[in-house]
Design a protein around this ligand. Sequence first.
Ligand code: SF4
Length: 287
Amino acid sequence: MRVILADVAGMCFGVRAALRTLDGVAHPGETTIHGELVHNEIVLTQLGARGFRMVGESQRDPLPETRDVLITAHGISQRERRRLEEAGKNLIDTTCPLVTRAHDAAQRLQAEGCFVLVIGRRGHVEVQGIIEDLTDYEVVQHPGEVRAYGKPRLGILCQTTVPESLVQSIREAVAQRNANAEVRFLDTVCQPTKDHQTALRKLLQQVQAMVVVGGMRSNNTRAMVAHCQEQGISAHHVRCAADLNPEWFEEIDVVGLTAGTSTLDESIEEVRFALERIAHDKLAPVA
Ligand code: SF4
């Protein structure tokens, strides 16, 4: 069995920058990470072991106990920023600039008088940060949810990690069901996500199965798994090498390997090594 690694796979610059900022925090025990830094269980376990205080994304209502509060790469709304600052918190901001760009796009569309449609996952922390500053909006997860909004101007933007194919199908549905509306579209899918998806599409032409490494709640990892399945390629979502099952590859000659934008390099290497070992064992079965 041959193992092919995608041309682009794994951690994006936004998450790497956030982790570098954390490396520079002198007193982890006196710093609260406001939500999950990334949706990757291995990274979160490592941060916990270093002593950082962490609160779950759904438990951010009570004010953090520490003065230093780290804002994750997913960003927060201006409303939440004000609440923390007015409570005297010192914010260590690791919001990815490409998430900030999505916030700015939403504000621009609203300022232009548009009813704002945010393509993304309802309840996702990045989407939450964007909509908390909007007054006239709706989150759209798939084309079937699109309706006639009865508004003269519609403005569309995207969560940074949604697949471009989903964006396209939702845009088409919006145009179809709102034929009389003026529709503005601002493409806020981030370049690392696009690069991952382009590399994935290329790899899908060459393999019979795919292994996607990433956190179980990572939006972009799950989107890549779903894309493989839509293309008729069986995809296995694993967090680490221990999740691999050699039986998945019994009938496979070529397997692809890719990873989400919050996956550590060491996790990808570990899975690649384990896949190579499975390939080796297939060549030399036990007598
Ligand atoms: S996935 Fe994109 S938007 Fe999110 S942190 Fe990475 S580069 Fe930034």
